[in-house]
Design a protein around this ligand. Sequence first.
Ligand SMILES: CC(C)(COP(=O)(O)OP(=O)(O)OC[C@H]1O[C@@H](n2cnc3c(N)ncnc32)[C@H](O)[C@@H]1OP(=O)(O)O)[C@@H](O)C(=O)NCCC(=O)NCCS
Length: 189
Amino acid sequence: MKYFKKLIGEKCYLSPISIEDAEQYAEWLNDLEVSKNLLVAHQQITLQKEIEILTEMSKNQSQIFGIIDIKSKKLIGNCSLFKINHRNRKAEFGIFIGDKKFWNKGYGTEAAKLILDYGFNILNLNNIMLEVFSYNKRAIKSYEKVGFKTIGKRRETLIIGNKKYDEIYMDILASEFESVYIKKIMEED
Ligand SMILES: CC(C)(COP(=O)(O)OP(=O)(O)OC[C@H]1O[C@@H](n2cnc3c(N)ncnc32)[C@H](O)[C@@H]1OP(=O)(O)O)[C@@H](O)C(=O)NCCC(=O)NCCS
């Protein structure tokens, strides 16, 4: 598979997605250890459905990137900015690392910083928001490291195994984010 270095970190880079990776994404999204943290746990993600999702995301206003491990050159997940509203300069953020070997190694935090840098400094967004389930402590910790702040929660909106969990909302403003990658690119001239 051919990937392109759009936004480059130390561990990973973000590349435009390839529809040919749909099968890999479908495999990860059918893994409940991954998808219990996403909005798709209750869905059957067939190959055809994943192709449709990726095609739709590339057609509309979303910005979706594959996350590529620099060392192994392998796709490990993806991240996106969606519901982009240019008039009010706001969007929502989503991420998943499907290859579980890469969890807890700083990839998610770095990928989030790269896409936020792009969102704030190329797309000129002002507010980026996310939703996370209350039991997803790893994600919450990673988001806090990126600079997201909790702005509220909706109580008992997710029911799994007869237990009720909250949806937590976090956001970050352009003024709270420190650019590394785009700043470096602009200083090179
Ligand atoms: C959430 C996700 C993107 C985070 O990426 P990651 O590369 O695993 O996370 P990072 O290593 O950058 O950061 C995770 C942090 O959480 C910490 N952590 C891990 N498990 C934890 C727990 N149970 N409680 C508190 N902190 C925890 C880690 O120690 C690390 O912090 P540290 O670097 O200070 O030690 C990734 O794990 C993932 O895709 N998970 C499955 C799908 C998902 O949850 N997507 C997000 C939906 S909102």
